[in-house]
Unconditional design. Structure first.
Length: 173
């Protein structure tokens, strides 16, 4: 199932990428380099291009095909946290899946642009995954005393990353 979703998504994005280049191949300077036009490719004048219409459709197909890649791990985490080793009932499985997908699409509709999503993710999720969780695991699993120089350095780095993350998040508002 996941292999097919990946293949569909990659195929769709390849067509979209090639279509984007073909649309602007003969008028790249006019569309992208002119000072009078926006530098945002999404605001370019596509006219009634069939390739762009096809690309928009294929992006929708790719997003739908990739949804299981995002929903399944979240649903398994929900199931483990809520039920432990027991499985969800069929009804609850459908409700949780629908709820997660609905929440994702609702956020996509309410957020003004992808830049705000990237900024929030960069200020919150990335520091946790890249820095804070590994440091917390190290502090918990290392048998050395809490006052060892390595653990003190890890705590200082954790404090610095936390501070930068909070400042980055506050700067968004």
């Amino acid at each position: 199932m996941i292999t097919y979703a990946n293949a569909i998504a990659v195929s769709c994005f390849l067509v979209v990428g090639v279509a984007g280049y073909l649309i602007f191949a003969d008028r790249a300077e006019e569309q992208l380099l002119s000072e009078s036009r926006s530098k945002n490719i999404l605001e370019a004048d596509f006219g009634d291009s069939k390739l762009i219409q096809l690309s928009r459709y294929l992006i929708m197909v790719a997003v739908i095909a990739a949804a299981p890649l995002a929903v399944l791990p979240a649903k398994y985490a929900w199931e483990a946290a809520r039920h432990g080793i027991e499985e969800m009932s069929g009804r609850e499985n459908i409700l949780v899946s629908f709820g997660m997908v609905f929440l994702c699409y609702l956020m996509a509709l309410l957020l003004p642009n992808v830049g705000s999503v990237i900024a929030v993710t960069g200020a919150t999720v990335n520091p946790f995954i890249g820095y804070l969780f590994p440091i917390i695991f190290y502090l918990k699993l290392d048998p050395k005393a809490g006052s060892s120089s390595d653990k003190i350095l890890a705590k200082v780095i954790m404090l610095g990353v936390s501070l930068v993350s909070v400042l980055g998040f506050v700067a968004l508002f």
